[in-house]
Design a protein around this ligand. Structure first.
Ligand code: SPV
Ligand code: MG
Length: 546
């Protein structure tokens, strides 16, 4: 659609279709998605068919759905399309007064026009006992047309008058008499309807009508007539009146029967629209663009979990699975860790597995495998996950349990690199070889955040650092610059002969030696790691009720 067409009001677009020198077409639609599909197929206008709209509600085309229910659906259709809709307004849903309100409400919802038929309320579909349905009094119907025209505020809103005389078994003379009266009453176009399987009545009418006003037809019954015949007869607008609902019904019957019979989806998958197709028809792309414009997003965090080791001090418990898959209070340790991440919206989680990697079977994670886990140490595992590094990430040992606030406080930390250090001197719940942390100052336990940096982390207690200030708990946060440091350090250390033996503390010490500032986030207890059988009991108590 060109820019000028986009700015043309829908009323004007429809009026132009009626007045076009070409034969024009509009297609039935009965909800937002069918309207969108019709527009995407190239149609310049839509028919809000009473038959199709009632059918999609599952009721009869006999004014069983209220007129407000109909125009509520029309509003959805209009909102998702830029082409005009002509509503099949049945009899106008009452007398002249109902018609006035209808036109007002349609214009409010950007509907381009309404077609009313000269029958009596409540009507029923013309193809059900058409000849038994009483026609409207001509004067009364002309009053309704005038009332509609007088109510419109946009000059281009159209009222189409539908002549049912031929359907009801009257002759051509009556059809023409009525059409002329409706034309004189101000109708913008005449719709002449026929239930014959050939177009002869319509063509006869068109010849007599001789272009007195735009002429509209609905070739549902005489569908086999070549379209060029309509063109040559001077018809202005063809309504393909019910083909979207019929297509949908046929497809739904076919698919529902297959699924029911086969109790499987495998054969139908290729016969139906993809879920992505639905998203595209719903305009999902526009929403995600809007989200990036209007929603201040929390930076996406990513977690890398080091979980390659067996945990040999747990003996037979880890015969068929790595330590992280041990059940703690009924849930694998790793599941508990992943759940904590998810609670803090850390949704991208990469686990580096090694020993019995196939047993690392947890939903919501990506797994990468350090195949030489038995010959290598932590940095080799970390290097395996390098393609998953991002600018806001956590690096964690997989055997650690902690209270949720520790992670949430760490995520709020803005420094390039932060390690979590437990300053509690005698933390009896910790059994593993401690990673002693030597920091620039003690934990002052004040509520104000201290600026503390790491000097060294080691299992041994080197004399030059004095007393340790706490223990690193195996949790590290890395932001933009820190990611680069990490990358460079991995590159440098991988050139060393002992790379395969190096641990995360070795990497941190390397960075400190290069002058990088690594912040310390002090905590006091509220975590544990799982190394021994006693730890499993302790961990179960720790997680009790969680
Ligand atoms: C409709 O589509 O609801 C119509 C056209 O009114 S017809 O069903 O042919 O009467
Ligand atoms: Mg109808």
């Amino acid at each position: 659609m060109s820019k000028s067409e986009k700015t043309r009001s829908k009323c004007k677009q429809f009026r132009d279709l009626l007045k076009s020198s070409e034969l024009e077409f509009i297609l039935e639609a009965h909800n937002g998605v069918s309207a969108r599909i019709a527009e995407q197929s190239g149609f310049k206008g839509l028919w809000g068919s009473g038959l199709a709209l009632s059918a999609q509600f599952g009721v009869r085309d006999s004014n069983e759905a209220s007129w407000t229910q109909i125009i509520d659906m029309l509003e959805f259709m209009s909102d998702v399309t830029s082409i005009p809709i002509l509503l099949d307004g049945d009899t106008g849903y009452g007398n002249f007064n109902n018609m006035r309100r209808l036109v007002t409400k349609l214009e409010q919802r950007d509907i381009a026009g309404v077609c009313i038929e000269d029958k009596q309320f409540p009507k029923t579909n013309s193809f059900i006992d058409g000849e038994r349905q009483p026609l409207a009094d001509v004067d009364e119907f002309c009053g309704k047309i005038k009332a509609g025209k007088d109510s419109q505020s946009d000059d281009d809103f159209s009222v189409v008058a539908r002549v049912e005389a031929l359907i009801a078994g009257w002759d051509m003379h009556e059809a023409l008499r009525r059409a002329e009266a409706y034309h004189q009453a101000g109708a913008d176009a005449i719709l002449i309807h026929s239930k014959l399987s050939s177009a002869e009545e319509i063509l006869g009418f068109a010849a007599e009508w001789a272009g007195r006003s735009p002429l509209v037809i609905v070739p549902t019954k005489y569908f086999s007539t070549p379209t060029d015949v309509f063109r040559k007869a001077g018809i202005d607008l063809v309504i393909w009146a019910n083909h979207m609902i019929r297509a949908a019904i046929a497809a739904m019957e076919n698919i529902s029967q297959q699924i029911h019979q086969q109790q499987s989806l495998v054969n139908v998958e290729d016969q139906i629209a993809s879920v992505n197709k639905i998203f595209s028809l719903q305009g999902a792309e526009e929403l995600s663009q809007a989200q990036s414009r209007y929603l201040k997003r929390k930076e996406e965090s990513h977690a890398i979990v080091l979980a390659a080791s067996r945990g040999s001090s747990l003996h037979e418990l880890t015969e068929d699975k790595p330590k992280v898959m041990l059940s703690i209070g009924g849930k694998p340790l790793l599941r508990r860790l992943v759940d904590e991440f998810k609670k803090q919206s850390v949704n991208k989680i990469t686990v580096v597995a090694g020993y019995k990697a196939e047993a690392v079977d947890i939903s919501g994670i990506d797994v990468c495998v350090n195949d030489s886990y038995d010959k290598t140490s932590e940095l080799s595992s970390l290097a395996c996950a390098e393609s998953a590094f991002n600018d806001n990430m956590l690096i964690m040992y997989g055997d650690v349990l902690f209270r949720g606030y520790i992670l949430s406080d760490l995520l709020d930390h803005k420094a390039d690199m932060v390690v979590v250090v437990d300053s509690m001197k005698e933390n009896t719940s910790i059994s593993g070889a401690p990673d002693y942390a030597y920091c620039t100052c003690e934990d002052d336990r004040s509520l104000l955040k201290q600026e503390v940096f790491i000097k060294h982390i080691a299992e041994q207690q080197p004399a030059e650092f004095g007393e340790p200030n706490g223990r690193w708990i195996g949790m590290l946060k890395v932001s933009l610059k820190g990611r680069q440091w990490l990358h460079d350090a991995l590159l440098e250390l991988s050139a060393q002969d002992n790379f395969e033996q190096l641990t995360v503390p070795d990497l941190l010490n390397h960075l400190v030696a290069k002058g990088k500032v690594i912040h310390v986030h002090y905590i006091s207890g509220h975590w544990l790691d799982v190394n021994s059988l006693e730890d499993i009991d302790r961990a179960s108590d720790f997680t009790y009720g969680q």
